[in-house]
Every structure is written in structure tokens, then in C-alpha cells.
Design a protein around this ligand. Structure first.
Ligand code: HAH
Length: 334
């Protein structure tokens, strides 16, 4: 018989929710891990617009319903991801019957209809929604990302999305979510966007820090400064898609069959430091979600290098706790 190990959801029960992203396969393959260790789930892909509304007006809720029933059955919260995004959005959204780009009013109406339909289906079953994902530009000299949303609807689509989501579920907390959220330049742009929304009385309640980090960067200082800055607006912070790649961004090597000892040692230290930091900010951080559960499956095995295995989590390929897990659960008393 397998020895019982501590449960993340118990260890952090007074601090924040602990979540895992699941998909239609891992919901089954990682069932035991997810239901014992976590108290929140997010759909990796199953709630994205192209999955939920592949054709105009034709919604497909099969997998997202399964996920939400699973959550209800096992007493897990659900983080909704995501309502408005430039990626994984069906192409019809931006086109009219003759294949030309749609006008502003029509696009905004389609956006509203999508948000209303999806959010009201899961009203009171999703505790937080990523309403708008990744609209800040990575280029230093641009503020908002160039996208069909921005080009066709103008920047008001952002505030309108939050109003529409809030109307559909006034109890869900609504998030702006992005990556490279700890980089000082991008961080300041996210801050500027969110601050301007708050000044316009837009119902936004938090910033989602995706936390696709690695064993070298970003620094703990930069992460801390970002949390501080977002929280200074009176907002909640959620860590929404955490993974710690064993490769730096520049490292495109493909020959490793297992992580090296050095990689694992760095990963342990970083996980320990990060969870110490999260615990320090437990008053503002309401949930910490990993973008997966165990090292058997991660989107990083196809990003940024296709087909290169990665090992970013607290549990190994066989669902056993890694040394990083023990570092995270062995928190010092008091
Ligand atoms: C995230 N983007 C998305 O929010 C999530 O929905 C997806 O499953 C994985 C990662 C991160 C990202 C990206 O898609 C492209 C470039 C950089 C970062």
C-alpha cells in the first residue's frame, strides 16, 4: 500500500486555493492526484471560445460540463479560463457571411453573446473568470497587443467584456490574466491598463499572474514587486498557470531524457522560495493554480520547442512527489 503523503490543499487551506489545470484526458489519468491534492481545477482548453462555440450560435458544452460536474462531485472549485483572447478564438467571430471582416457593433455583440451564454451556464459554479487574456503587447514601444479584437472593436472591448461577465454572474471574481507579468516593463503596462479600468468603475477584481516561469528567471524580487504593485490597486492576485520549466528561455536543447541533478536542485529551491513568497502574500493571493498536475503531461513538452519533454511540476511522471513537493509542504512554523 502506498504511504499517505501530505495534501497541498490541506497544507495551504488557510492561505489560498490550490489548483491544477486539467483537460479531457488528464481529468481521468490524473484523477486521484487531482482529487487528493487540489481543491480547484481549470480547463486547459475546454472552456476556450473555439472549443465552446466552434460555429456561431452552436455551443458545445460536452467537455466543459463534464469538468464542472467532476468538480462538483469532488468538491473542487472551478477557475474559468478564458472568455476573450486573441488565440484559440474561432475565426467566424471576426467574419461576416461573405467572409469580410465584421464591423465593430457586430463583433461586440458576438462577444457579449459568448460571454453571457458561457458565464450564465456556470453561474455560481465558477469562482473566478479570466475575462480578458493577454491583451498587453510584449513589444516595449506598444501598449496593447495588435489583434483582431483591437483592430475591429477598438480598446473598449476590454471594459465591455468585464461589464458583460459581471452582469451574467455578479458573484464571480473577474480577472485580467497575462504572462511575463513580473517583467518590470510589461508589469507597468498591465498596471496601467488595470488602473484605468478601475478608474472607469469597470468590475474587475484581480490580476492573474500566469507564472510560466523557469528555474532561472524571473527573480523572486521581480515577482514580489509585481504582486505588490497589483495589490496596491486593492485587487486580488491569483497565480493562474504556474509551471517551472527546467530550461531557460534561450535553451533550445532537445537531447535530455531526464532532468539533470542541477536542474532539479534549482527547481526545488525556486519552488520553496516562491511558495514562501506566496504565503507571505496570502492576504492578497486567493488561489495558486498549476498549468497541469504531474510531469507526465505538460504543454511545455510542445512549447517553445516542439516535442521536447519538460518536467515543471511538483509530481513526477508516475505521480510521485518530487523533492520540490517536500520543500513546498515543509513550511516553517509560525
Ligand atoms: C498561456 N499562454 C495561455 O493563457 C493558456 O491558455 C495556454 O493553454 C498556455 C499558456 C502563454 C503564452 C502563449 O500562449 C504564447 C506565448 C507566450 C506565452
Amino acid at each position: 500500500m502506498k504511504k499517505e503523503i501530505p495534501r497541498l490543499k490541506e497544507v495551504f487551506k488557510d492561505d489560498f486555493k490550490i489548483g491544477a489545470a486539467v483537460n479531457k484526458w488528464t481529468l481521468h489519468s490524473a484523477k486521484d492526484l487531482v482529487t487528493t491534492q487540489f481543491n480547484s481545477i481549470t480547463a486547459e482548453n475546454e472552456m476556450k471560445p473555439e472549443m465552446l462555440q466552434p460555429e456561431e450560435g452552436e455551443f458545445d458544452f460536452d467537455y466543459s460540463d463534464q469538468l464542472v460536474s467532476f468538480a462538483n462531485e469532488h468538491n473542487l472549485g472551478v477557475r474559468g479560463h478564458t472568455l476573450v483572447w486573441h488565440n484559440q478564438c474561432p475565426n467566424w467571430m471576426f467574419k461576416n457571411e461573405s467572409g469580410q471582416t465584421v464591423d465593430r457593433e457586430r463583433l461586440l455583440k458576438r462577444m457579449d453573446q459568448h460571454i453571457e451564454t458561457v458565464v450564465s451556464r456556470y453561474v455560481n459554479q465558477v469562482y473566478s473568470w479570466d475575462v480578458v487574456n493577454e491583451v498587453i503587447a510584449d513589444e516595449e514601444d506598444r501598449f496593447l497587443r495588435q489583434s483582431q479584437w483591437l483592430e475591429l472593436a477598438g480598446e473598449e472591448f476590454i471594459e465591455r467584456a468585464f461589464h458583460t461577465a459581471n452582469k451574467a454572474d455578479p458573484n464571480a471574481t473577474l480577472f485580467y490574466n497575462d504572462y511575463n507579468e513580473s517583467d518590470p516593463i510589461k508589469r507597468d503596462k498591465i498596471y496601467k491598463l488595470v488602473k484605468s479600468l478601475l478608474e472607469k468603475k469597470v468590475p474587475i477584481h484581480g490580476v492573474g499572474m500566469q507564472a510560466h516561469w523557469n528555474i532561472h528567471t524571473p527573480s523572486i524580487e521581480h515577482i514580489q514587486q509585481a504582486i505588490e504593485l497589483y495589490a496596491s490597486l486593492g485587487l486580488e492576485v491569483q497565480i493562474t498557470e504556474m509551471d517551472l520549466s527546467v530550461f531557460s528561455w534561450e535553451d533550445k536543447r532537445t537531447d535530455l531524457l531526464a532532468p539533470t541533478k542541477e536542474m532539479l536542485a534549482l527547481q526545488e529551491r525556486r519552488y520553496e522560495q516562491m511558495f514562501n513568497l506566496f504565503r507571505e502574500y496570502r492576504d492578497v493571493i486567493s488561489s495558486v493554480t498549476f498549468w497541469g498536475g504531474a510531469d507526465d503531461y505538460t504543454w511545455l513538452s510542445n512549447f517553445p520547442v516542439k516535442g521536447r519533454k519538460n518536467w515543471p511540476f511538483l509530481f513526477d511522471e508516475y505521480f510521485n512527489p518530487k523533492q520540490s513537493f517536500w520543500k513546498v509542504v515543509q513550511k516553517s512554523e509560525g
